[in-house]
Write a protein that binds this ligand. Structure first.
Ligand code: MN
Length: 277
């Protein structure tokens, strides 16, 4: 048994996307700051509607999955197929863009707090052109397990014998939201072939002899165990893990493919109105 250590710390930085939505970008703020198969992790958190109200008007995606986890607030999404869903506090939208989706993601509130995450998970070459699809996961479908030192919400993967609503797939993702009391500890086993990323969004955590401050993510090294200790103010963090794809990545904005030619095809398809059919 080997406990994973922090291999790299990735500070998130303020950024904006969509129609000037203010956010913090962690993974993906530069091409080399990814953890295969995770391409990007954005955190949005604001009490000021000017930071989010213009949302993400109609835009395309091809070649990967987007996972939106809303902690506070309320967001409407609509796609080119006529699907429409309202994401509430505590809910998750797990979208597989596959060959193409064109959608909008628009906050439905004019005041109050909006807080959540969007994670982009790559798809292997053989799945990049599969039909688009998505799942709206209601808060009640996401199990919470109470720990001696806190609690864990299981969006994807299995913690001990509790299954999250998203299971398996080619990258076999783990997506946990873990809250620990001051100095509380959390230990788990994860498959050694998975890559692991830990992102504290409240308080700080200690892993081995290194500390991750709020908004600074840690890429963990090899091993089969993870041990996290919360700092003096407690902590809340995302634990993300998945099986790496190990294929070349060519990204152009919202298109993530394996080759330059496939990106050019995606751009042509979008211009010709056949990206998403
Ligand atoms: Mn989108």
């Amino acid at each position: 048994m080997t406990t994973r250590k922090i291999q790299q710390i990735i500070d998130s930085v303020p950024a904006s996307d969509g129609a000037d939505v203010r956010l913090r970008r962690s993974l993906g703020r530069a091409d080399h700051l990814r953890v295969d198969p995770f391409l990007m992790l954005d955190e949005f958190s604001s009490e000021n509607p000017d930071d989010y109200v213009a949302g993400f008007p109609s835009h395309p995606h091809r070649g990967f999955e987007t996972v939106t986890y809303l902690l506070d607030g309320h967001m409407l999404h609509e796609d080119h197929l006529g699907n429409r869903g309202d994401l509430k506090s505590g809910a998750v939208q797990w979208m597989t863009a596959g060959r193409g989706i064109i959608h909008s993601e628009m906050p439905q509130q004019e005041n109050g707090r909006m807080r959540g995450f969007q994670l982009w998970i790559n798809l292997p070459a053989k799945e990049k052109m599969k039909p688009a699809g998505y799942r709206d996961i209601q808060p009640g479908e996401i199990p919470t397990v109470f720990l001696s030192d806190g609690k864990i919400r299981i969006v994807a993967g299995t913690y001990e014998s509790t299954n999250g609503p998203v299971q398996g797939g080619s990258t076999d993702p783990v997506y946990w939201d873990i809250e620990l009391k001051p100095q509380g500890t959390f230990k788990t086993n994860l498959p050694p072939e998975h890559n692991v990323y830990i992102y504290p969004f409240e308080g700080s955590v200690e892993i081995g002899d290194r500390v991750l401050k709020t908004h600074s993510g840690g890429v963990l090294g090899s091993g089969d165990k993870v041990e996290v200790k919360a700092g003096a103010d407690g902590a809340r963090f995302l634990l993300l893990a998945a099986r790496p794809i190990r294929e070349p990545i060519v990204q152009y904005g919202p298109f993530v493919m394996n080759t330059r030619a496939e990106i050019e095809q995606a751009i042509r398809d979008y211009q010709n109105g056949v990206l998403a059919v």
